[in-house]
Design a protein around this ligand. Structure first.
Ligand SMILES: Nc1ncnc2c1ncn2[C@@H]1O[C@H](COP(=O)(O)OP(=O)(O)OP(=O)(O)O)[C@@H](O)[C@H]1O
Ligand SMILES: [Mg+2]
Length: 387
């Protein structure tokens, strides 16, 4: 009789505990407690234990097949190095350490302001918490390829004095099916324990793979894990995600990010600034051609701009020709993509800059010298304006 009363008291206590955690929305703790209760009541109250275990299994969020292990809940307490301690994590997380300094990405004013806010909120988190507000904990960066999403994530981390950890979801998905849920979980736990800035790159990879029937269960589990993580990400860390296929991202997941940063196509001013930046030490050599290069690269991503300019610098470094001929070579490719009207506009701009003869311009743009003269007046004498 006494034993039964004791039992009852125990159950009352556990019930009250469970209710408190549930009311606090402390999902992880609820599951931890449930796992403990399953073990505790397995002997004395097998039916109750079975019920609790079923609830756990249904939640399907931790471990393979919903089986819980104590270690699932113990965050790895190693500060510093990226998680490389087990084979599974090795492939999943990459680190960018730009704390030595990283040039500010070239972005539109609006995007720049959003990124600055994320950083400022962290730096002034004391002022926010005094009013009971947390800084932005999660943000998703959206936009076409090569416009600086990953670079911006690196920049944010560097500004916060941290390395950027990148969880490559494509790698998660492709190489480790069957174990992806638990592996991802381990990587996320590690990031949280270290208050890291974590980037979920190509977050659409999960959605894209949904069409593949064979691993639907696995994917559902992954999305569920992510949903919870985004919701519960601690304010000590920062969770970033990037995608160039927003339409493929699960709407429920999308909604959970606190801030959406929309990257547009690179603006002409950004392309010019990028041409100058990527020319680096060779800027003075190619200064007369900056406008021509910028106009012909207009509309391309800054990643493409970088590739083109780096190729130009390689040719120049190997002395494969005069600057003008190398520029002409580069423009040749992009000229083909320009309409006749665009080429004419470029030719007129170049003529008006007074830095090039009409012969040079004609060779670059394919616009006849007569046409250039009609629009821009007579050609300057050869050599004028060149350095
Ligand atoms: N806004 C930018 N400012 C300066 N450099 C840029 C910018 N965007 C791209 N670049 C250059 O191009 C490289 C690739 O950019 P990044 O990887 O950040 O693009 P992304 O938007 O993440 O593309 P993807 O969607 O393909 O992953 C950068 O490392 C940088 O050298
Ligand atoms: Mg990227």
């Amino acid at each position: 009789m006494i034993a039964a009363i004791d039992d009852f008291k125990e159950i009352e206590k556990d019930f009250a505990n469970l209710a408190r955690l549930a009311a606090d929305d402390a999902h992880d703790d609820v599951r931890l407690l449930l796992a403990r209760l399953v073990r505790k009541y397995r002997q004395k109250r097998p039916e109750l234990a079975a019920q609790l275990e079923q609830t756990l299994k249904n939640s399907q969020t931790r471990g393979v097949g919903g089986v819980l292990r104590r270690s699932d809940f113990a965050p790895t307490q190693t500060a510093g190095p990226t998680p490389v301690d087990s084979d599974s994590k090795l492939a999943l997380v990459r680190e960018f350490d730009d704390r030595q300094g990283l040039q500010q990405p070239l972005l539109s004013g609006a995007v720049q302001r959003q990124l600055e806010s994320i950083v400022l909120e962290r730096q002034e988190s004391g002022r926010l918490s005094a009013r009971g507000i947390t800084p932005t904990r999660s943000a998703i960066l959206v936009g076409p390829p090569g416009v600086g999403k990953t670079l911006s994530a690196r920049w944010i981390a560097a500004r916060l004095g941290k390395p950027l950890w990148v969880l490559d979801l494509t790698a998660v998905m492709s190489s480790l099916l069957g174990r992806t849920g638990s592996n991802m979980r381990a990587a996320l736990d590690h990031a949280k324990a270290n208050s890291a800035v974590l980037l979920l790159d190509e977050i659409d990879a999960i959605a894209k793979r949904r069409s593949d029937e064979s691993d639907i269960g696995e994917l559902k589990r992954l999305v569920t894990v992510l949903l919870q993580e985004v919701d519960q990400w601690p304010a000590s860390g920062l969770l970033l995600a990037a995608t160039n296929h927003p339409e493929l991202v699960d709407p429920a997941l999308w909604r959970r990010f606190e801030v959406v940063v929309q990257f547009g196509k690179s603006e002409p001013a950004a392309v010019t600034a990028a041409v100058r930046r990527f020319l680096a030490d060779d800027l003075s050599t190619f200064a007369p051609w900056v406008e021509a290069l910028s106009s012909s690269l207009e509309g391309q991503s800054l990643s493409d701009v970088q590739r083109a300019i780096t190729a130009l610098r390689r040719h120049w470094a190997l002395q494969e020709g005069e600057p003008q001929r190398l520029v002409a070579q580069l423009l040749d490719d992009s000229m083909a993509a320009l309409s006749k009207a665009q080429r004419l506009t470029l030719a007129i701009e170049l003529a008006k800059s007074g830095r090039h003869t009409h012969q040079e311009i004609s060779r670059l743009t394919g616009v006849a010298r007569d046409t250039i003269r009609r629009h821009a007046g007579p050609s300057p004498r050869k050599g004028r304006g060149h350095k």
